[in-house]
Design a protein around this ligand. Structure first.
Ligand code: GDP
Length: 456
């Protein structure tokens, strides 16, 4: 079988599309040009489009494999945009395998993971962000995550990206027109309308970036790194949060002895907690490795939760100063049961210099409710109807766009670098286009669709 890309695109593919091990109905999905002839062979006549036919599926020797429903979706009104056939039989792995083998004898080959959705993308049925949302929907670990993925699949995120893209293109046209008339360039670029237009795009971008970051948390779960000196109560806190939550998804000791992880679900919001080793300077070789890993954990965290207690709070705050500004910072004053100042024992929290302070006791559980509520809020709970899911690469692309726009603004402000500003905007446009796949490399597509399950 030829395996270069063009030949692949016109091959007919087939796969079992039902969930593995699902009882009841099983589905074999087929897509490609051979679908009409395969359907004809299985049914004994040409199927009616989008009509459920009750059929006897037989093998080459006319032996009955199974009885079930046959549905034909002619191109282009189908999931992939090609001719699609769905065969619904009994949900038995043996029967479905036999049916799949029969379909392959009749001219299909086994589909690669994600190949149906890849074809839908290549045929313009979905853009890349929507296609990724299909996989995210299937993999969603929380209801909020599933709802958000559905929104992205419906194109909510893509439409916002598209609107931003249009704004960017309009701006480029404006500036490139100025470059084409060099004698007037200075005047053109001094036009306050250009500055306003750029400012408008930047505002829109930062709003979209915020929403995408929330979408990433809904999709991936909020990553919380618990930090603090030894004995502050980090492990106790992790246990208290996980142990009192009935919906623990899984609890695995980290691959290293230094980072312990818990995944839990707070009212349908996914949370990934990592208890890191202390962050203090050390001469001990092993401990140094632990500290290095703790820093690695922080680099990928959304939230750093510093656990300390009243006597050590001032000292321990230094641990926060080294953290990147993108990390949300929380200070938890633990062990309030030991304190005489009982007023903090309530669900009290306050904000100081952008850092949220909470008071709790991992031992008695006092104050943990407020901590949970706060984490849920950070994870995107209550983010409303329009919340959509996003992936890390989307957030990264938007951050890149932001850098390009900052540079463009800087160049325009100096009023002498129209060409350079235009160049930055062109980069920004490409970075944005990567989200929906208007510009994307084969490597990227391979990585994205390769992570799907077979049959999707
Ligand atoms: P880690 O080294 O930061 O993980 O700290 P641990 O969770 O191991 O706790 C250190 C010690 O503090 C243990 O003896 C805990 O029982 C104790 N501890 C932790 N949280 C509290 C608390 O809220 N109140 C009191 N009284 N003791 C606590």
């Amino acid at each position: 079988m030829p395996d270069n890309a063009t030949a692949t695109a016109i091959e007919t593919i087939a796969a079992i599309a039902s969930a593995p091990g699902a009882a009841g109905v099983g589905v074999v999905r087929v897509s490609g040009p051979a679908v009409p002839s395969i359907a004809q062979a299985l049914l004994g006549r040409a199927p009616q489009p989008r009509h459920a036919h009750f059929a006897a599926f037989r093998d080459a020797a006319s032996e009955l494999i199974d009885r079930g429903l046959l549905l034909h979706f002619p191109a282009p009104a189908s999931y992939t945009g090609e001719h699609v056939l769905e065969l619904q039989g009994h949900g038995s792995a043996v029967l479905l395998d036999a049916l799949l083998r029969r379909v392959c004898e009749l001219g299909a080959r086994l589909a690669r993971p994600g190949e149906f959705t890849e074809r839908a993308f290549l045929n313009g049925k979905l853009d890349l962000a929507q296609a990724e949302a299909v996989a995210d929907l299937i993999a969603a670990r929380s209801q909020a995550g599933a709802r958000a993925a559905l929104q992205s699949m419906e194109g909510v995120f893509s439409r916002k990206v598209e609107a931003l893209l249009q704004g960017l293109i309009a701006l480029r046209v404006h500036i490139e027109a100025a470059i084409d008339f060099p004698e007037e360039e200075i005047d053109f670029l001094a036009d306050p309308a250009i500055g306003r237009q750029l400012a408008g795009v930047r505002v829109e971008l930062s709003e979209l970036l915020r929403e995408a970051q929330r979408g990433l948390r809904l999709n991936d779960g909020l990553r919380v790194a618990i930090i603090g000196r030894p004995n502050a109560g980090k492990s106790s806190l992790l246990n208290a949060l996980a142990g009192s939550d009935r919906a623990i998804v899984n609890a695995t000791a980290g691959t290293t002895r230094d980072v312990l992880r818990e995944s839990l679900s707070l009212d349908g919001i996914a949370l990934e907690l990592a208890d890191t080793a202390g962050l203090r300077e050390t001469d001990d070789e092993v401990e140094r490795e632990g500290v290095r890993r703790a820093h690695g954990e922080l680099a990928r965290a959304d939230v750093a939760l510093l656990v300390t207690d009243a006597p050590h709070a001032q000292n321990d705050l230094a641990l926060l100063s080294a953290l990147p500004s993108s990390v949300e910072k929380l200070v938890l004053i633990n062990k309030i049961d030991l304190e005489h100042e009982v007023e903090h024992a309530s669900a009290h929290h306050e904000s100081r210099d952008g850092v949220t302070w909470l008071w709790a006791s991992a031992k008695t559980g006092a104050g943990l409710g407020a901590l949970r509520e706060h984490l849920k809020e950070l994870a995107g709970a209550g983010s409303g109807e329009g919340a959509f899911s996003a992936r890390r690469r989307h957030v990264h692309a938007l951050q890149q766009v932001s850098v390009y726009l900052d540079q463009a603004a800087h160049m325009l402000a100096s009023r002498r670098a129209g060409e350079l500003a235009a160049e930055e905007l062109r980069h920004a446009q490409y970075a944005l286009g990567e989200i929906t796949g208007s510009y994307s490399s084969d490597d990227l597509l391979g990585a994205i669709f390769g992570s799907f399950c077979i049959g999707k």
